[in-house]
Write a protein that binds this ligand. Sequence first.
Ligand SMILES: Cc1cc2nc3c(=O)[nH]c(=O)nc-3n(C[C@H](O)[C@H](O)[C@H](O)COP(=O)(O)O)c2cc1C
Length: 310
Amino acid sequence: MRVVLAPMEGVLDHLMRDLLTKVGGYDLCITEFVRVVDQLISDKAFFRFCPELRDADVYGSTTAAGTPVRVQLLGQNPQCMSDNAAKVIELGSHGVDINFGCPSKMVNNNRGGAILLKDPENLYQIVSAIRKSVPEDAIVSAKIRLGYEDKSLAIENAQAIEAAGANELTVHARTKLEGYKPPAHWQWIAKIKQSIDIPVIANGDIFNQSDANKCREISTCNNIMVGRGALMLPNLAHVIKQTASVMPWHEVQKLLLDYTRCETYGDKSKYYPNRIKQWLKYLKLQYTEADALFQEIRTLKTAQAITNRL
Ligand SMILES: Cc1cc2nc3c(=O)[nH]c(=O)nc-3n(C[C@H](O)[C@H](O)[C@H](O)COP(=O)(O)O)c2cc1C
């Protein structure tokens, strides 16, 4: 079984990837999406989203714990997407992932993300252009939802992505309209898996070991991706793989301090108060202690005040 750490824009940045892969159990990380509009993105910009690409020949584009990292691209122009895909592979990314699931209004208005699920031919053109622009052994993966308004094109979209030469497909088992509303329709992942031959990774609402078991059984997928669950329970991948039990709160507290140390280093400390509060909002769904801590720091505005409290 592979457990992939999901892309989460504004949440799962390289520091969080570093921290969670050190806790362990993850086989691959996907970066937050990098928006491709109409030009080749600079090395500097790619390094900002994915610092793991720096000195890739020495460090192998992995997190400090050695987990491979794959860059995700979001865009709608096949030529521009393929130029940027070729570049991230050249920079050392472990494959390239394409975002066909983003529900953001602004992104969809610019014809990127989930809106592309309305047109399988468009998906085909993008994936096929990317496939042709990267070496044969480079992994091209895509991440979809079940559709935009409804699920009528779910199978056709998956087949278009496979026919265009993708090596694997992650399915977040909801439509764009369903947003994040439970339940995730894992049985639809099984339908998709049945209709294509490339590996399928199941995603959506896996928050504990029992969810992972149910999802794997219903979706018939061995491999899963977890996002919000990894923030609620930092050792979720180990718990799912039965290599550890639920991390006790005192260990989570140590992680919060490690995170604080990294986030407040250099010029990033202005983001820290929001980031730590955001993480505690996820943690409090698993740990009552996190809720109490969140209440204590909720009104604190500076990194120093929060660090003192921690
Ligand atoms: C705050 C947030 C940011 C996200 N950013 C991305 C993204 O950049 N790219 C992407 O493909 N999916 C993104 N997603 C979707 C997740 O990768 C995942 O598909 C979704 O959260 C369902 O999985 P989960 O139930 O394990 O969280 C995001 C989700 C959230 C909640």
